[in-house]
Ligand binder design. Structure first.
Ligand code: ANZ
Length: 813
């Protein structure tokens, strides 16, 4: 019997596609290009349902563009450096490289099972020397441009991963990977100067990205307008001014004390002997707190006096300098002028330590001559502010800033919350930073011709200690590139987000040994037209890759300002219980089992059918039966006999063609906007209509064949195997995936209409045109809107409604 057997046809077609390189995107193809990119996986072991959920619909969208006539580049690869490989090595004694590449082999096989139209000729693996040679090359270019630098800074140290982390990898004070509480450590590290692009990264010109991601990036960059003011420090021998960043320079006459972050470099030099012990103790205590704890508004404010004073340059007032942990060393200048009357944190601090509170604005509802019970931010006019008294609030900031600028003790400043991107990792399984430390010449870049700096193999993992790289003497010891005398390699490796910041560039020329890619190919393929992936990368990968692109543009390597023109974030697929799939909950759906039972086409469609793609939701395997029934019906529509006739003008033929053309219209809109679930519903309705037509007797040949052809073409992006098989059976030219997307004839799609006479008490008042299949409710709705009918009715409500379908309505009053 000619049964639909997914296992047989799916394997058959996948082999054929691969052998024919059907999905290879040629560089020299005259069709317009479309670069569709889905985030590449980390080779963690097995491809899970989340990967399928991200990739199968992306594949459907890429296939649709191909059928629209684009030369589609849809590549796949592996983000292969990173900690899990190393953790496996430490825990189980497995070589990270062996672990990673074994996982890649398994996952590549699983990816192929999906039947996705990846161009496998372009696969990249970021841990291959042929790839990371160029990651290192980028580092050298950034260094030449002054975009990479080494500095001592308070860094996020994860005790669990035993490495520093970028700010973006610290979520609520914890490591995004291990969940350990992150500590602050002063370390010398490599940074990328992402802050040089802060202003530009706030603009999203010409790109169609989800609002949510843009807002998250904007908040992360955290632009603040204000002023930097300079206070003289009243301590002999300290000449440099104390600089503070404030968004409210107009409150400067109310600054009754100063606060430095405990880590501020001036603390050491200004603290008086009497205060030293308390200050030191406080600094130790503060270093143990996370940033989140320190910033929490509910937390009781603490601090200690340094014994030193500063002079307010506006009025000469001498104010005490304190240290407190609610001031962060990493923001602004790491020091503030405290204005307790107008800043609630400062107010609480002043209350606790008995410091004066001086309001410098009046307020219509607050008596500013009495002690305040809380800080208030906005007032009407300036008071207690010398020459500025009476200045309206709207002009205050501008005038005070101008005054300071004229006199040389301040200036307007824009500050960003964004910090430079810390890219050093004290770990093994990453791309080595291509730098050499020479006792004579300092930091010397590895010459380009010596790239890649290969990762040594068979290193020893010491579960308590340092990065294994520091232990490989024969690797660490190198001659200085300048004079050949003994020098040492940098032993830090790069944050793996560096590898994924430019992978989309490498796919366009993945095996190039002379450059990261050829310019002419960049002009041909870049930027990415449609990027799809998870929103969890909002302020990490998706921000870094924008930075990286802009830097590459300024190096003259790519054109245009943005790397990805359109972004779509799929939702999260959950277990049937509504929880995130996890082994410990036992709610994991293993794709391989689903595919074995139902076929890849069925699993793909079921994932697309569960709900709107951007919302995700629980995955219920019991729904598979419904999708499977639909695919079987499609099969039987093609394979089982049908009685045909030639009756193109019959109402039945017209009806069938109308459904077919309406389906084209709706399905095209749906796939255009990634609404796969409603698209599938439409396709199901269409196959039911075909089924009904077949059961009703002989079907017009042309309408039937058009219906079948269309059903297969529209379903092809979603279920690529079954449609290829059936396409062959109806004699279509190989391959269905190279056919044009069907176009609807709007005339044929138009609903048939009828004119209905509208009577009031039997007298004709008007006529309405409605779809032929309109029901009574719709007709009455239209009738109610008719002016002439309303006039005839007056304020009387119809007692009775007589409706003769397709002919007339009579309202009886
Ligand atoms: C005086 C003042 C008076 C302030 C007032 C606010 C209100 P955003 O908007 O986040 O940029 N600040 C500056 N640097 C800080 C640091 N390193 N740690 C903690 N707080 C810091 O906030 C800027 C304001 O936060 C600055 O303006 C400063 O307090 C404080 F009525 O200065 B303000």
């Amino acid at each position: 019997p000619d049964r639909y057997d997914p296992a047989v046809i799916e394997a058959k077609w996948r082999e054929r596609w691969l052998a024919d390189r059907l999905y290879h995107a040629p560089d020299d193809d005259p069709r317009p290009k479309w670069y569709a990119l889905t985030m590449f996986p980390y080779p963690s072991g097995d491809l899970h349902t989340g990967h399928w959920y991200a990739m199968a619909p992306s594949d459907a969208a890429a296939r649709y563009r191909r059928m629209q006539g684009y030369n589609v580049l849809f590549p796949m690869g592996f983000d292969a450096f990173g900690l899990p490989a190393e953790n496996a090595a430490i825990k189980r004694g497995i070589d990270p490289k062996a672990w990673t590449y074994a996982n890649i082999d398994r996952m590549r096989g699983q990816l192929r099972m999906m039947g996705a139209s990846f161009d496998w000729d372009r696969e990249v693996i970021t841990s291959d020397p042929e790839y990371y040679k160029w990651t290192q090359w980028w580092f050298l270019k950034f260094y030449e441009k002054g975009l990479a630098y080494r500095a001592e800074a308070a860094a996020n140290w994860c005790p669990g991963c035993r490495t520093v982390l970028a700010n973006e990898q610290v979520i609520d004070g914890r490591c995004e990977r291990s969940d350990d509480i992150v500590e602050r450590r002063f370390l010398t590290q490599w940074f990328f100067r992402i802050t040089a692009y802060a202003e530009e990264l706030l603009r999203f010109d010409g790109i169609d990205w989800p609002e949510r991601i843009k807002v998250m990036q904007t908040n992360w960059i955290g632009r603040s307008e204000g002023a930097t003011l300079q206070f003289r420090v009243d301590v002999p021998g300290v000449d440099e001014p104390l600089r503070v960043f404030t968004t409210r320079p107009d409150t400067v006459y109310g600054a009754t004390f100063m606060v430095l972050a405990p880590e501020h470099p001036l603390v050491e030099r200004i603290t008086t002997p009497e205060c030293r012990e308390a200050v030191d103790a406080y600094r130790v205590q503060a270093s143990r707190q996370t940033e989140i704890e320190r910033l929490s508004a509910e937390r009781e404010k603490t601090g200690v006096f340094t014994g030193a004073y500063a002079i307010n340059p506006f009025n000469g007032n001498r104010v005490p300098i304190w240290i407190a942990d609610y001031v962060l060393v990493t923001y602004g200048t790491g020091a503030i002028m405290a204005v307790p009357a107008h800043d609630q944190r400062d107010f609480e601090f002043a209350q606790k330590y008995g410091l004066p509170v001086i309001p410098v604005f009046d307020h219509p509802e607050i008596d500013v001559t009495k002690p305040l019970t809380a800080a208030f931010t906005r007032g009407t006019r300036m008071i207690n502010s010398g020459p500025f008294d009476g200045t309206p609030a709207e002009e205050a900031i501008q005038r005070v800033t101008a005054y300071a600028a004229e006199r040389g003790f301040g200036e307007a400043t824009v500050t960003y919350r964004l910090r430079d991107w810390l890219i050093s990792r004290q770990r093994y399984w990453g791309a080595p930073i291509p730098m050499i430390h020479c006792p004579e010449h300092g930091i010397v870049p590895v010459p380009e011709k010596d790239l890649p700096v290969l990762l040594p193999e068979n290193v020893k993992f010491d579960p308590t200690g340092q990065s294994p790289l520091t232990q490989v003497e024969e690797w660490v010891n190198v001659p200085c590139p300048i004079d050949g005398k003994p020098a040492r390699r940098e032993t830090d490796t790069m944050d793996t987000f560096m590898c994924s910041s430019w992978y989309q560039m490498r796919y366009i020329d993945p095996h190039n040994d002379e450059a990261p890619f050829r310019r002419e190919l960049a002009r041909k393929w870049l930027p990415v037209d449609q990027y799809t992936g998870g929103a969890e990368h909002a302020v990490m990968h998706l921000l870094y890759t924008r930075f990286f692109w802009k830097a590459a543009r300024d190096l003259g390597l790519v054109e245009g300002d943005e790397p990805m023109l359109r972004l779509f974030n799929q939702g999260v697929i959950l277990g049937p219980d509504g929880n995130r799939m996890s082994k410990s909950r036992g709610n994991v759906v293993a794709p391989d089992e689903q595919v074995a039972q139902w076929g890849a086409d069925c699993f793909r469609c079921q994932l697309m059918f569960v709900g709107p793609w951007d919302q995700g939701g629980p995955y219920n395997p019991t729904g598979m039966a419904g999708i499977s029934r639909w695919l079987h019906r499609l099969w039987s529509l093609v394979v089982d006999p049908v009685q045909l006739t030639d009756a193109p003008d019959s109402p039945a033929a017209r009806d069938l063609r109308r459904v077919t053309h309406k389906t084209i219209l709706a399905a095209t809109q749906d796939i255009e906007h990634f609404r796969f679930n409603t698209m599938i519903s439409r396709l199901m309705e269409h196959s039911s209509a075909l089924q009904r037509a077949r059961e009703a007797g002989p079907v017009d040949r042309a309408a039937w064949e058009e219906g079948i052809r269309t059903a297969l073409l529209l379903t092809a992006p979603l279920a690529p195997h079954i449609t290829e098989e059936l396409w062959e059976r109806i004699g279509g030219p190989y391959s269905i995936h190279q056919q044009r997307w069907p176009e609807a004839d709007p005339e044929l799609a138009r609903d048939e209409e009828v004119e209905i006479a509208v009577q009031v008490n039997g007298k004709l008042r008007d006529r309405v045109t409605v779809p032929a299949d309109a029901d009574e409710a719709l007709v009455l709705d239209r009738v109610r809107g008719l002016e002439r009918v309303a006039a005839a009715l007056g304020d009387r409500a119809p007692r009775k409604v007589i409706y003769v379908p397709g002919k007339l309505v009579n309202l009886v009053v």
